[in-house]
Ligand binder design. Structure first.
Ligand code: AMP
Length: 407
């Protein structure tokens, strides 16, 4: 059984074709910079680990979708002959708002709700909708399409953690509250962590640090997210590649007034010109920051110090919120590769009894999953390679089985 997974961003479209018998990725890739003249596609197949890259003008998600379609149906690869060879399609949808507490088979009602939520995630939800319609166009309306939402993992967060201290009417009128993001990733790594500990997730208090270009930290008690660092939008929390993270909201109005900017212009600054990039003035990419640190660049050093300090504070706060901690997880691009952050963060948490094996920590890079805490550590610490696509594929198959049972 083959499942196609699609993850539409505002200017990107990631894809994976997976054989579910053995959860093997047959082909995967990403169309980047859609809508610009620099658009390109990168992909790799299971037979050949070399990453192929092609510069090609992709004016829209439609162009990207049909490029992907031609690639996965390529006769020479032989993965697929006709559209019916795909059993179901799983989509990552960023915002499920108050509607979706789990993955949903897409029907007209689900489409209406995703559409309504475009107000909260304009670029992402609209891109997902466009791609869902393209799938209907090519595969026909009969194929099962499933939406897996970033926000679902946070559906049961208690109001005390998701409400903001602003007049209640704005929650009622506009749904202003914390929603949380990266839920599929936190859900996946926490499940993997329980397996590695050989314990039931229901018995564990976990903090998961998803540190990539976007960063979020989530407190997971008994398998349920009880709090998370991202908020109403993915801007909140710790500093990220280009996002500022938490901020005194007066800063926003102050800059707006001083620089005579429109709200959307300030929004752009906070989302695209801040974070590691904004502080260092060098790059949003942590690898570049590390290179600059090695040359003694003070602002690069400051950017790293800020990131680590904020991670440490969240871990402290969430341990207190859960009244304990059994396991700490690092995941995503920075979490899985940049051992320096892990070392700094863990050393600063020695008061909680966290102890890591520095040598083992340095070895856990490039997708190597494993424990980095030493035998004396009171809290187990893991590096776990996230796999949101696998999670989406499994949810899609779950929906397919339910559909088959109903027929
Ligand atoms: P993500 O958004 O999860 O793709 O993560 C992007 C961030 O992870 C960037 O800041 C990169 O510097 C960092 N990153 C990704 N891959 C590596 C790697 N192989 N080695 C070091 N850092 C990496």
């Amino acid at each position: 059984m083959k499942v196609l997974l699609l993850n539409a961003g505002s200017s990107s479209l990631k894809f994976e074709l997976m054989e579910m018998k053995n959860e093997k990725v047959l082909i995967k890739g990403v169309c980047e910079k859609i809508g610009s003249e620099q658009s390109f596609v990168k992909w790799q197949t299971c037979e050949d680990n070399n990453v192929k890259e092609k510069d090609i003008e992709l004016k829209s998600h439609r162009d990207a979708f049909y490029f992907i379609k031609n690639l996965i149906f390529d006769e020479a690869l032989g993965y697929l002959k006709n559209p019916g060879d795909i059993s179901a399609i799983g989509h990552r949808v960023v915002h499920g708002g108050k509607y979706f507490k789990s993955a949903q088979p897409i029907d007209d009602e689900v489409l209406r709700d995703i559409q309504e939520l475009t107000e909260l995630a304009p670029l992402h939800n609209q891109a997902s909708l466009d791609v869902i319609f393209l799938c209907c166009e090519f595969f026909g309306r009969g194929i099962l399409q499933v939406a897996v939402f970033d926000t679902s993992f946070y559906f049961n967060m208690p109001p005390k953690s998701y409400m903001y201290g602003i007049p209640y009417k704005y929650y009622e009128k506009y749904g202003i509250r914390k929603y949380g993001f990266h839920g599929t990733s936190h859900n996946f790594v926490s499940q993997e962590c329980a397996k590695m500990l050989n314990r039931n997730l229901q018995d564990l208090k976990i903090i998961s640090c998803h540190l990539g270009n976007g960063c979020s930290i989530t407190a997971i008690d008994k398998g349920k997210a009880i709090d998370t660092s991202m908020g109403f939008t993915p801007l909140d929390g710790i500093i990220m590649g280009t996002r500022c993270g938490s901020l005194d909201s007066s800063v926003v109005t102050f800059i707006e007034e001083k620089e005579s900017l429109l709200p959307k212009e300030v929004n752009e600054i906070l989302n695209r010109e801040s974070g590691l990039l904004g502080i260092s003035g060098i790059s949003n990419d942590d690898r570049e920051i590390i290179k600059a640190i090695e040359k003694g660049n003070k602002r690069a050093i400051l950017a790293h110090e800020m990131m680590d300090y904020q991670i440490i504070k969240y871990i402290g706060a969430y341990s207190a919120a859960m009244n304990g901690l059994d396991a700490l997880i690092f995941t995503a691009g920075i979490g899985e590769n940049q051992w320096v952050h892990r070392e700094t963060v863990c050393e600063n948490l020695s008061f909680m009894g966290i102890r890591i094996d520095k040598g083992v920590n340095k070895e856990k890079i490039l997708g190597k999953t494993g424990e980095i805490s030493d035998k004396e550590s009171k809290i187990r610490v893991f590096v776990i390679a996230t796999n949101e696509e696998l999670m989406i594929a499994r949810e899609t198959v779950k929906c397919l089985r339910i559909k088959e049972q109903g027929e």
